[in-house]
Design a protein around this ligand. Structure first.
Ligand SMILES: NC(=O)c1ccc[n+]([C@@H]2O[C@H](COP(=O)([O-])OP(=O)(O)OC[C@H]3O[C@@H](n4cnc5c(N)ncnc54)[C@H](OP(=O)(O)O)[C@@H]3O)[C@@H](O)[C@H]2O)c1
Length: 291
C-alpha cells in the first residue's frame, strides 16, 4: 500500500501530507514535488520524497511507481494546466493506482461561467475514463481567498464586488486537506463526487460585516458590474488585463448562483464540523492587517 500525494510542497498539499502522516505509517507515504528538497522536513519524518513534473511526463512514471492511492492536486497555472493534469492521471493509472482523487471545484458544469470550471470539468472527464477508481474533491473557494479583500477593505473601508446577491460556501483550506486525507486513508470513496464546503454560504454583506468586525472599522459594500470590476483590478491591483478578466468570472459565477452550494462532506468524512469563515479570518488577522 502506497499513498502518493502530488503538490505536497504547496499550501494544501503540506496540510494533506501532515494529516496523512499523522494517520499512516510514513513508510507508506510518497510525496511529490518538482523540487524534492522542498519536502526535506517530511523526508525527516520517514516519508519518501520523489521528483515529478506534470509537464514532463517522463518524470511521472517514477513519481507514481508502486502507487495504490493517489491525490492529484490541481496545478496553480490557470489557463494552461489541463494537459498537465491529464498526463498526471495517465501516469498514475499506468502505474497501477487503484484510486485517484483529484482536487476539482464545486459546480464544474458546462454553464458555469467561472473560468476554471471548464478546466476542472475536462480533467474530471479524463479521470473518469482512466480505468482507475476516482474521487472528485470539489473544493469550494478557500476562505483564505478573502484575505486579500480584507486588506483592501481595511485600507479603503469598501468591499468592491461583482457578486451581486450571490453567495459563496467558503471552505477553510485545512478542511479541504482533512477531507483529502480521509479519502486517502479510508476506503469507500471510489465513484464519489464530494462538494467540500464550509458551514455557511456568505453574501457580500456578510463578508463586509466580517471585515468590519475583525478590522474595527466600518466597511461598505460597493456593487459594480463585471466591466468595472475587471477595470478596477487592472487599475488598482495592477493585474494584467487577461488575468483580471479570469478573476472577474468568479464574481460572475457567484452572482448566477454557482458558488453557494453547501454540503456535509467535511463533517461526514472528518467527524468534526467545518471551520467558519470568521474563525479562519480571525486566525489570520495579524497577517492581513500588517502586510
Ligand atoms: N478552491 C480555491 O479557492 C483555490 C484557490 C487557489 C488555488 N486552488 C487550486 O488548488 C491547488 C492547491 O492549492 P494550494 O493553495 O496548495 O496551491 P499552491 O500552494 O500554489 O501549490 C501548488 C502546487 O502545485 C505544484 N505544481 C505546480 N506546477 C507543477 C508541475 N508542473 N508539476 C507538478 N506539480 C506542480 C507545486 O509543487 P512544486 O512547485 O513543489 O512542484 C505546488 O505544491 C492550486 O494549485 C489550484 O489548482 C484552489
Amino acid at each position: 500500500m502506497s499513498i502518493v500525494i502530488t503538490g505536497a510542497s504547496g499550501h494544501l498539499g503540506r496540510l494533506v501530507a501532515e494529516a496523512v502522516l499523522d494517520q499512516t505509517d510514513p513508510a507508506d507515504v510518497v510525496l511529490v514535488s518538482r523540487d524534492p528538497s522542498r519536502l526535506a522536513d517530511f523526508a525527516g519524518r520517514g516519508a519518501e520524497v520523489r521528483a515529478g513534473n506534470f509537464t514532463d511526463p517522463a518524470s511521472l512514471a517514477g513519481a507514481f511507481a508502486g502507487a495504490t492511492k493517489v491525490l492529484v492536486i490541481s496545478l496553480d497555472r490557470v489557463g494552461a494546466r489541463v494537459d498537465a493534469h491529464k498526463a498526471a492521471i495517465d501516469a498514475a493509472a499506468a502505474a497501477g493506482a487503484q484510486s485517484i482523487a483529484y482536487t476539482s471545484a464545486i459546480n464544474p458544469s458546462d454553464s458555469n461561467p467561472i473560468f476554471v470550471a471548464h478546466e476542472h470539468r475536462e480533467t474530471e472527464e479524463h479521470l473518469r475514463a482512466s480505468g482507475a477508481g476516482w474521487t472528485m474533491l470539489r473544493n469550494s473557494i478557500y476562505t483564505e481567498m478573502l484575505l486579500a479583500g480584507a486588506e483592501a477593505a481595511f485600507t479603503t473601508g469598501k468591499h468592491i464586488t461583482n457578486e451581486g446577491d450571490g453567495r459563496v460556501s467558503y471552505v477553510a483550506r485545512a478542511d479541504c486537506a482533512a477531507v483529502a486525507a480521509a479519502v486517502l486513508t479510508t476506503d469507500g470513496h471510489d465513484g464519489k463526487e464530494y462538494d467540500v464546503t464550509g458551514p455557511e454560504a456568505l453574501g457580500a454583506q456578510d463578508v463586509a460585516a466580517l471585515y468590519a468586525e475583525l478590522g474595527g472599522r466600518p466597511v461598505e459594500v460597493v456593487p459594480v458590474d463585471d466591466e468595472a470590476y475587471a477595470a478596477g483590478l487592472v487599475e488598482h491591483a495592477g493585474m494584467p488585463e487577461p488575468v483580471a478578466r479570469i478573476y472577474t468570472t468568479f464574481g460572475t459565477g457567484t452572482r448566477r448562483g454557482y458558488s453557494g452550494a453547501l454540503s456535509t462532506t467535511v463533517a461526514d468524512l472528518t467527524g468534526r464540523p467545518p471551520t467558519s469563515a470568521r474563525d479562519v479570518l480571525a486566525a489570520n488577522r495579524a497577517a492581513f492587517q500588517h502586510r
